[in-house]
Structure formats: structure tokens, C-alpha cells
Design a binder for this molecule. Structure first.
Ligand SMILES: Cc1cc2nc3c(=O)[nH]c(=O)nc-3n(C[C@H](O)[C@H](O)[C@H](O)COP(=O)(O)O)c2cc1C
Length: 143
């Protein structure tokens, strides 16, 4: 399956999740930072996964800019799924559902519930079991 995982990261944790997902999706899948991403990379993509850390209750600024750059129907026919990384606090806010909404606005078909992966503190590390959880999720996304 031709798949792309677009992520943003400040401290590397969201990247670790992106790479675990891409690895499970197979040799035709890759993870790319939203900073290096070229819009041409979306051509022929069957599955798009997008992940961001929650920054101030929403996706990161870089991810927000990417999402705002998507045109209506640009992702028509593309199956998509989203995730965020976050700390375990009461008012953590959300990024994954907000990203899903933007992808849907661009025509994507959201195929699974937006996911959350937890880090111990702002800089991480990821809580035990979160990478395995990402691998299991990717298995589900493959169908
Ligand atoms: C400026 C700043 C704001 C943050 N705001 C939130 C927040 O609103 N909710 C939350 O759960 N985590 C928040 N965090 C924690 C991040 O989610 C955490 O740094 C991130 O998951 C780590 O992923 P990364 O290593 O990929 O950057 C914030 C972190 C920073 C640096």
C-alpha cells in the first residue's frame, strides 16, 4: 500500500510514532517531516497518516500551516488517519481530531478514530507501550 506519514515534532517523540507506523505499513510507506514534505509526494498515495504534538491545545504551528494550505478536494479518494502526542494532564486539548477535520475538509476519508499517544513530560519520552500501540494501530489501518 502506498502510504505516507506526515508528522511534526519538536523533541522527536511524534517522529518515533510516525516511523513505527510507516514501518508496519510496509516498504511502500514512508514517514516525512512536515518541514521537508513536498506536495508532489501526495500523488498516488492510498493512505495518508498525519501526526502532530499538541501545542497549546491544538496542532503545532507548522502542522497548522500545512493543513491550511490544503485545497478543497485535494485529498479526494485518499484514506486518512490522524494522531497526536500529548502529556497526561486534565486539560490536554486535542490535535488529532482537529487534523482529521481539516483532512476531511480537503476531501479525505477518515478511516479510523483519531489516536493519542502519551509522553511523560514535554520532551518525552513516550510512555511504555506507546510504540507498540502505534504498530497495532498501523496493522488495523492496513485492513
Ligand atoms: C509550547 C508547548 C505547548 C504544549 N501544549 C500542550 C497541550 O496543550 N496539551 C498537551 O497535552 N501537551 C502539550 N505540550 C506537550 C507536547 O504535546 C509534547 O511536547 C509533545 O507530545 C512531544 O512530542 P515531540 O517530541 O514530537 O515534540 C506542549 C509542549 C510545548 C513545548
Amino acid at each position: 500500500m502506498r502510504a505516507l506519514v506526515i508528522y511534526d515534532t519538536n523533541f522527536g517523540n511524534t517522529k518515533i510514532i510516525a516511523e513505527a507506523i510507516a514501518k508496519e505499513l510496509g516498504s511502500d510507506a514512508k514517514a516525512v517531516s512536515v518541514s521537508d514534505f513536498d506536495i508532489k509526494e501526495l500523488e498516488g498515495i492510498e493512505l495518508l497518516v498525519v501526526g502532530s504534538p499538541i501545542i497549546g491545545w491544538r496542532p503545532s504551528e507548522r502542522m497548522g500551516k500545512f493543513l491550511a494550505s490544503l485545497n478543497k478536494d485535494q485529498l479526494k479518494g485518499v484514506k486518512s488517519a490522524t494522531y497526536d502526542t500529548r502529556v497526561k494532564v486534565f486539560f490536554h486539548g486535542d490535535a488529532s481530531r482537529k487534523i482529521a477535520k481539516k483532512l476531511e475538509d480537503a476531501g479525505a476519508e477518515i478511516i479510523d478514530k483519531p489516536q493519542a499517544f502519551f509522553v511523560k513530560g514535554k520532551e518525552g519520552p513516550l510512555l511504555d507501550g506507546e510504540v507498540e500501540k502505534a504498530t497495532e494501530w498501523a496493522k488495523r489501518l492496513k485492513g
